[in-house]
Design a protein. Sequence first.
Length: 238
Amino acid sequence: MALPWKIIDRFDTQDEGILELRQRGVGDYLITVGPQVLMNSKAQRSEIALGELGCKGLLNRPHPKVLVGGLGMAITLRAVLDVLPEDAQVVVAELNPKIHEWCLGPLAELTDGAASDPRVTIEIADVAELIRRTPVETFDAVILDLYRGPHPKTDRRNDPIYGSRAIERTRAALKPEGTFAIWGENPDAGFEGRLNSAGFAVRCERHGKGGYRHAVWVAKKGKAKTGPQQKQPRKRVN
């Protein structure tokens, strides 16, 4: 018989409802808001894949800088840190300071203290606003692990995170050949089309062989464009 869930902490978000951290055994946690399960520590494969794919190829890049949108249980953050070198910088945008508190406290055992890693800076901020004010070509990777991913009803133009304007802002914040990686519940052809239209080379992966498989998009920005090469003057032959 499964152990009953025990409420470790709870917090009234006012906008979304009561946020709760629950536990029923070693390493077995849930984060819920109202009746909805946001995160389950026993279902991590898509979050791990998101972090690994988003930072693939950065191990040998000097001083890579990565933005992670959404802290959650820090599972994605742990996967990001495991791929990156020791001189990397990781900025995590998290709306709720209570989530950060949990990741420094009871949830730290899940990720070997990822949230307190010296490479990590936690910003209590809206990731869309953080991207909006980011200088051009700042990040080697932008990774979004938000509890609401893109879906067919997303406002195609004006959604602050998944709309075409937001995608353009994210693309501008990425360095040449940078990666934009996004978690979602299901594939979304419209979102994928917007990524393509913005100039990303994109693929959607669904990891695992059994059970529900979430979507992970990996979108790659192209190389920096070079100006037109000047033709070399022909040598005059006497």
